[in-house]
Design a protein around this ligand. Structure first.
Ligand code: NCD
Ligand code: ZN
Ligand code: ZN
Length: 369
């Protein structure tokens, strides 16, 4: 008599092949609504997130117009609710012209973003008086995040100390900056920071090869800066955030290419590759890409939400496989190990690589947080 197949063995081999991780949170994504829908929109950006194992994205306010008024923010929220495949939170943007609206903006946004240095878009705060008003008017229970480079990091740390409230630093990229943040943390100051994969896996040498396709703010740094970031991966760095900043190839090839690169779909594969190479542990990866982002931004846990990953799948990153509307990545040609197979959002399978069309979720499955 033939024996029944051993379900125990089947199950074991299944779990040997795949690995379950919590849904990832990307606290730095540009979804380009309103005004930049030819680069990305809530549907394409959140599909790209799911394909990268990310179930919550926090969208940046440097849109056109920017998310600095209640009406623009509310309209973006409505569009996010109707079109998103994963959960989305919106940042409000700080601007001198709309300081009076900050308390109302806080009701609709997850956090406030202040741009201290030049980058894509027009949002910028140059005056100290504007910074002080932001710190006075933005409710204390919601976070303030900053695009701060070089000396501006010291300004942010000074404000965190003076107002005795948390400040989160976006896309930290330089040795001096990470070392200053380490010193501030050592002193007990309430500062946190994120690092983007492109600053961990590329250096300024890649600009020679890729030109504008490797241009972003902060710019790619030296090998010494990159080494310093890796040296702080288990300590000072709180989150890995993609800074997914899609621009079309035509824009990138123009005479005035805008800074920024896509990142939602390559972040986890790159970090899993680093785990395989023993540059960090899997536990640390989960802290950097899920637990810490949730705690820092005060997000509630998504129930029954997890991702299945094949940690041994080795493949080459290509432009063709991407869901992001911009359709290109600076990491094309790079070999990585680790692939998202399935994403479950609140008990529902929303991405399944075994299906002819893996994006089995629907618009509107995502919630605005
Ligand atoms: C971002 C963009 O394109 O919106 N660009 C970038 O180079 N990082 C803006 C930003 O995050 O600074
Ligand atoms: Zn920035
Ligand atoms: Zn950004």
């Amino acid at each position: 008599m033939r024996k029944q197949p051993s379900y125990f063995l089947l199950l074991t081999s299944y779990f040997l092949l795949s690995m379950i991780l919590p849904g990832l949170i990307d606290v730095h994504t540009h979804l380009r609504v309103p005004g930049g829908e030819h680069k990305e929109d809530f549907a394409t950006g959140t599909m790209a997130a799911l394909a990268g194992g990310i179930t919550t994205v926090l969208a940046m306010p440097n849109t056109t117009p920017p998310l600095t008024t209640l009406s623009v923010l509310q309209s973006a929220r409505d569009k996010a609710q109707q079109n998103s495949y994963c959960d989305v939170g919106l940042f409000a943007g700080a601007s001198e012209a709309h300081l009076a609206e900050l308390p109302q903006l806080a009701d609709e946004a997850v956090a406030l973003k202040i741009y201290l240095n030049d980058t894509f878009g027009l949002l910028r705060v140059d005056k100290l008086s504007t910074l002080l008003t932001c710190f006075e008017r933005w409710p204390r229970h919601k976070l303030i995040a900053m695009h701060a480079e070089e000396q501006s990091v010291a300004v942010g740390i000074g404000l965190a100390a003076a107002y005795h409230r948390p400040v989160h630093f976006c896309h930290i990229s330089r040795k001096v900056e990470i070392e200053l943040i380490a010193a501030a943390k050592h002193r007990g100051l309430p500062v946190t920071c994120e690092v983007a994969p492109h600053h961990l896996f590329m250096t300024e040498a890649d600009v020679d090869r890729l030109g504008a396709l490797a241009d972003m703010r902060p710019k790619l740094a030296t090998a010494e800066d990159v080494a310093a970031l890796w040296a702080h991966i288990d300590t000072t760095i709180d989150c890995i955030a993609t800074d997914h900043a899609p621009h079309t190839l035509a824009e990138k090839k123009s005479a005035t290419p805008p800074p920024g690169v896509a990142g939602l779909e390559t972040s986890l594969p790159l970090m899993l590759t680093a785990v395989k190479e023993k540059r960090l542990t899997l536990d640390r990866l989960v802290s950097l890409m899920s637990t810490n982002p949730r705690h820092i931004f005060g997000l509630t846990e998504q129930p029954n939400t997890y991702i299945e990953v094949d940690p041994d799948a080795t493949y080459t990153i290509t432009h063709e496989s991407l869901y992001t509307k911009c359709g290109w990545t600076p990491f094309a040609g790079m070999q990585v190990t680790g692939r998202v197979e399935k994403v479950i959002l609140r008990g529902k399978v929303v991405f399944d690589r075994t299906q002819p069309n893996p994006m089995v979720g629907q618009r509107g499955n995502g919630r605005v947080v």
